[in-house]
Design a protein around this ligand. Sequence first.
Ligand SMILES: C[S@@+](CC[C@H](N)C(=O)[O-])C[C@H]1O[C@@H](n2cnc3c(N)ncnc32)[C@H](O)[C@@H]1O
Length: 412
Amino acid sequence: MKKYRFEYFASCPSGLEDILAKELSELGAKITVPVRGGVQFEAFHEVAIRAILQSRIASRVFKFLYQFEVNNEKDYYLEATDIKWKSLMDVTHTFRLTTIFGDLPFEREEFRNSQFANLKLKDAIVDYFRHHEGERPSVEKDFPDVSFLARVDRGREKPYLITILYDLCGDPLNQRGYRISKTEAPVKENVAAGILKLCRWEPETEDLIDGMCGSGTFVIEAALMAGGIAPSYLKVEKHLNNPEIKQWTFLNYPWLTKDELLMENFKNILSEIKESSMKGFEKLAKLKGKISGNDLSEMSLLSARDNLRKAKLDKYIELTQVDARVLNPGENKCLFICNPPYGERLEHGEEEKLKALYKGLGDHWKHNFKNKRAALFTGNLEMLKVVGLKTSKRHILYNGDIECRLAEYDLY
Ligand SMILES: C[S@@+](CC[C@H](N)C(=O)[O-])C[C@H]1O[C@@H](n2cnc3c(N)ncnc32)[C@H](O)[C@@H]1O
């Protein structure tokens, strides 16, 4: 059985892998394998903790634990009972298991489905604890103390290669804690941050206007970037107020928490984040007016206001209510972001309305956006053609399961 020490995997929305790899390198990670949907990296544990607290792009960070090959499910159970589970969790912890399958070139007779594979691993963990501690931990699907990921791939010497990883995060990292109110089809927080990076937005040189801000995701992520505020700042604050409630599952991982130096470094990172957030808010006070949101719908604006308040950013971001097709971009250089409705389930006549919206945006930009930049993010690939402007760049991105396009326009 192979035991890993310093290998990690950070997952992210598809299309943002390169940006995530750059972010992780800047935090001190050595990138080993960029793959679809994430980045594998080697790092000291402190760097992995920094990734959890400071990455704007990662969805989750996993630590590689063990890898072994098996012939069948029985083997899997036996190998898994050999793992020293008490170094990974306490018997009092609740746990969750997730199994994913890589490309297997044959009918998987033994590993019939992920529930069945989960069951084998669960039996191994429970039996291990019963044998060594006389009691067993319980499974918890929604809010477990610890969470494991098992991958089943094609083996070299035996049919199946099993990799066990530890989910160090718990809740996905894109759930920053400010989204208390949602509108239809909000963009994921890390997708919004990734789009701002893909567009190379520089707060020092360009204003940012979100013409269809919905629940405010782009303007909030932009403000956090402009202020240099870590995306985990709200969770850090909660942790400092009440360390008993674990904001990240790595705090239940005995192998890490027993490392006194690492825990000391963790405390220092928390203080660093708290301090830089305070400085970030001061910086944002000076940047007032540079980031603004707009939406036609009263409901969307109510939702954006709730989220901005929760994010403690309401003082720094202005919201307006006009049709994005007549919104005046002002004199400054700016990046005008727009995430129009996709029209997933179009009723009769709605397609025409949607076309008029996308065409109207294109016409407005053509006539009134001299020397500005615009970026349109949509899950409706057909509608992009209707905009009628030449794109300077296009990117394929996923917002959840939906394949989307980000189209950039340099306007003259
Ligand atoms: C897909 S949602 C945007 C979601 C947003 N990015 C978020 O993360 O919450 C589209 C938004 O466009 C707004 N909208 C639709 N037509 C508009 C128009 N003509 N002008 C301004 N906003 C409009 C809707 O009210 C809705 O809030």
